[in-house]
Design a protein around this ligand. Sequence first.
Ligand SMILES: [Zn+2]
Length: 417
Amino acid sequence: MIGPDRASSRFVAHRIAPRRASLPGGDPVGAVPDGIDRPLPSWPFRCTNCGRRAADGPLPYCCPTCGGVFDLEPPIRFQPASAGPLDAGLARYRSMLPLPEEASLITLGEGGTPLVSATVDGRTLHFKCEHLNPTGSFKDRGSAVLLSALAAAGFLEAVEDSSGNAGASFAAYAARAGLRARVFVPENVSPRKRAQIAAYGAEVVEIPGPRSRAAETVREEASRGATYASHAWVPLGLAGIATLAFEIVEQLGQAPGAVVLPVGHGTLLLGIDRGFTAMQEAGAIDRRPRLVAAQAAACAPLWAVHQAGGEALAWVREGPTRAEGIRILQPVRGDAVLAAIEASGGTVVAVDEPAIVEGEAELARLGFYLEPTSAVVWEALTATLPSLPDPVVAVLTGSGLKAEPAVEASRMGSQHA
Ligand SMILES: [Zn+2]
């Protein structure tokens, strides 16, 4: 099912102050001493299903009334006059982010990633190097905003579920903010990503079964009162990712004609779409780019629905794929993602396993060492390039240094290919 998750409508919000757990070893950095009163945090969210605004208090990961997905209200706006220094990365856009004015930005220097051009099939393409963010993936933009909001509201712990990159990013920014993090991961998570999550001090909870089982388990935790700071459900991260669009336009000096990017839940695509929309509304660009989404053919619900309508979901499987980071059977914002793609005149490409391997090799020959999830953009690029208007940008989402050992082993054999 794509769209609001009705099963989660059993979630009940309680209007209570955020829990302030006491941690072994004393108060962490940024902790609020017990006994100090502070106003209940308010959340700039509105339900995309029933239209209700989020109540002040604990962080709601979905609408407590109908189980619908929250979106930002108001949406992010592009205000160039209030931007910070050009080289400040995400912090350049601090004043545009949905954070309380007095909130400190929890930052590791994310954003400000290079836009590198290369010639492919006689065309000049631009690669946005998001794999060079502090934890090795684009997720850091969203984590910076999410953890800044949680820290400002006085939370001391939160849970997240992830196939790896979001969990690692969440754990890093939680460490930076002084929050205790628990990350639920599927049992097939890359050992490197698991180690990275644990290294930041987060508790790693391995859940047997597919990726979707980890997501179900963490929602059960949320129903028991845990703060579920989901990168997929909580809309704060979308504003962080919108800064990616701001940077692309500022680096190119114009709006791209098309952006090609991997899509699992689709937070990257939606965040970028929000960014371009904000720039268009501010008069900074006069068109929005075509959005080309790449999915792994082994698990391609958005591709299936784009091709054949909602009935096609019945035959979509959570099949095994090298691109484990986008192995998402039920995209939380599936309807919104498809709407954004279709409104842009874009499309969805399903990439099979041999084409993912080829993409890894071709991108490496251009000097980009990426995880397989990132490399799906290659096939999507080459399949659609003749029809894409210049300038074309591909988003490189995750570092190859985090790929699982089996992927690494397969690359050892491909050196003479
Ligand atoms: Zn609702």
